[in-house]
Design a protein around this ligand. Structure first.
Ligand code: ADP
Length: 566
């Protein structure tokens, strides 16, 4: 697949093939319409010359008719029909009847079916669709005149005595010709209608196509459509611009697999099998995957989404990949994080000093009122320090973990025991379902923070009378991030406020707190879950949330037992 080929939307024009009969000049169409009769007459001339040469010798009418058809063919081919109203060319089929009549009259005893020659002008008149009714009537009259001409007294081919026994013989022929003319006329009218309908449908398709093309081309979002065989079907202008950003330095063009693509950190190259388009071509659907494209100052961040298409049998039929440039947003997030980190850092030193001096001051013999004021100040300063530490934790590189052998079961039990009093005070029941022992390679401090945070959230966000359960179990090969190895699964379930789906999606964003919690003024920073997620990921694990408003929430953490790097 070439990623660089500019591609337009498929146009209906591409479906146009060779020119068809209706697109030829009128002169060419008249000549082509006359040709079947001309070729048939040529065949008859050969047959008569071989089997009935006397007809040729004796009958000037036969040769006259042949000459007439030949002349009409020449006229059909040379007359400037386009300059006259279309109906004028009817003169050719009408004169064809005049030429056929003497041929049929003189050769009818020699060759069967000669009268069928009038089917050509009949068909032509009825098929032309100019004046359908007049065409059918003329076709009937013309074919009747040809058929009965030899039987009319006074004509050169009339023989005495014929009338009595021969006149009934051709009686059905004009009516068969009439039926043929009606059938041809009906058919041509229905085809005309179909052609008009098709034309209108094609025009509306073209209009929609142009509209879609304009929308796609003016969109700021890069759009790439690839078919089931991996060929580009469409790439809009925004995507072509993005493509050039990703080309290796000094290159002016290149295929998709040559583009410089990195993970969201901007430095880790994306392995071939994990590149966005490769994954989309494997039929994977995803939304909002953040990647970086290009290097140095020109690097841009993209949010990529893919949606696969399937045919009626459900077979993969291609994919639509959308690239949204989120560089400004990423810069803003980074700036915010840097700002938070710097400000918190600057706060920490004076705060530590305030707390230290308050400690010293509280050791003195103080007036009870002053002691009360200082104790309150100390409590608030400590709270402020806790907040600042959380902010620093978020900004700090939470992806660094120091692993060691940890008994996860004991770690969770300790956490549960330390919050038990708090839960009882809040009127909640806390149950733990833990194995005796579960050894894992993990960072005990960070995993302890993960469990503490989930438990303290469950307590904070569950009203009195509710219940909380914490469980730990071992998963074998299933359910882990890559579905292999052994995994620990920690589940914290509560019967608390729960949250809506929209709230759940924003849960791991820094400073995010649900509306209900904010209104209820329950203390918190909105940083705990962002930090928790960072710690879990640093262990090579994942954190999942299931929640229903006013019913409760379930947080599930899975980490590999053998540590993040195994
Ligand atoms: P904090 O608890 O300090 O506000 P968190 O990041 O831990 O920060 O949580 C973010 C938000 O997620 C909370 O403010 C709350 O709105 C919601 N939340 C977290 N845990 C739960 C829970 N168990 N039940 C309901 N809402 C929760």
């Amino acid at each position: 697949m070439s990623f660089a080929t500019p591609t337009a939307l498929p146009s209906a024009k591409a479906a146009e093939g060779r020119r068809h009969f209706g697109q030829f000049s009128l002169r060419r169409r008249v000549l082509l319409s006359q040709m079947p009769l001309t070729l048939s007459v040529a065949l008859i001339v050969v047959a008569v010359a071989v089997f009935h040469p006397h007809i040729m010798m004796d009958s000037p009418y036969f040769l006259g008719g042949v000459g007439g058809v030949a002349l009409l063919t020449v006229l059909a081919g040379v007359a400037p029909w386009d300059r006259f109203p279309p109906v004028v060319y009817w003169v050719i089929p009408l004169l064809d009847f005049v030429a056929i009549a003497p041929m049929w009259a003189s050769a009818r005893h020699g060759l069967d079916g000669m009268v069928m020659l009038s089917a050509f002008p009949v068909f032509w008149l009825a098929w032309s669709g100019i004046y359908p009714v007049i065409g059918v009537v003329l076709a009937f009259v013309g074919s009747a005149a040809v058929t009965w001409w030899p039987y009319l007294p006074g004509t050169p081919t009339f023989a005495e005595g014929l009338l009595e026994y021969d006149l009934h013989r051709p009686v059905v022929v004009p009516f068969i010709m009439l039926a043929l003319a009606v059938a041809a006329s009906v058919l041509t009218r229905s085809m005309d209608r179909q052609r008009r309908d098709l034309g209108a449908a094609l025009e509306s398709f073209e209009t929609q196509n142009r509209l879609l093309q304009a929308v796609v081309e003016t969109s700021d979002v890069g759009i790439l459509v690839v078919d089931g065989d991996g060929h580009d079907v469409l790439m809009n202008q925004a995507q072509r611009r993005t493509h050039f950003i990703g080309l290796p330095p000094g290159r002016e063009d290149g295929a998709e697999h040559e583009l410089l693509l990195f993970e969201a950190d901007g430095v880790t190259p994306i392995p071939a099998e994990e590149r966005p388009v490769t994954q989309a071509l494997q039929g994977k659907d995803y939304r909002g995957r953040i990647i970086a494209i290009g290097t140095d100052g020109a690097q841009q961040h993209l949010s990529v989404s893919a949606s696969s298409m399937h045919d009626q049998e459900g077979t993969f039929d291609g994919t639509v990949v959308v690239f949204q440039n989120v560089t400004d947003l990423m810069d803003a997030i980074q700036t915010r994080e840097r700002f938070v980190a710097e400000v918190s850092h600057e706060f920490r030193t004076p705060l530590t000093s305030i707390i230290g001096y308050l400690d010293v001051a509280l050791e003195e013999d103080l007036d009870p009122l002053v002691r009360k004021f200082l104790t309150t100040s100390q409590r608030n300063a400590e709270r402020l320090l806790g907040l600042v530490t959380s902010l620093l934790d978020t900004a700090a590189n939470s992806s660094k973990v120091t692993v060691q052998e940890v008994n996860l079961a004991r770690l969770v039990r300790n956490s549960a025991e330390s919050v038990a009093v708090q839960a009882t005070k809040a009127g909640l029941s806390l149950q733990a379902d833990l194995p005796e022992r579960m050894d894992a390679k993990a960072d005990p401090v960070k995993m302890g923070q993960v469990v503490d945070n989930l438990l303290s959230n469950a307590i904070k966000y569950t009203p009195a009378g509710g219940s909380i359960t914490v469980s730990l179990r071992q998963l074998e090969g299933v359910g882990g991030v890559d579905g292999s190895g052994e995994w620990a699964e920690l589940v914290v379930r509560d019967t608390g406020f729960g949250m809506t789906e929209a709230e759940r999606e924003k849960l791991f964003t820094n400073f995010y707190r649900t509306e209900h919690v904010r209104k209820a003024a329950i203390p918190g920073t909105g940083l705990g879950l962002a930090i928790t997620q960072g710690f879990v990921r640093a262990h090579g694990g994942e954190i999942l949330v299931a929640s229903e408003k006013d019913v409760g929430s379930t947080f599930t953490v899975r980490i590999p037992l053998c540590g993040p790097d195994a």
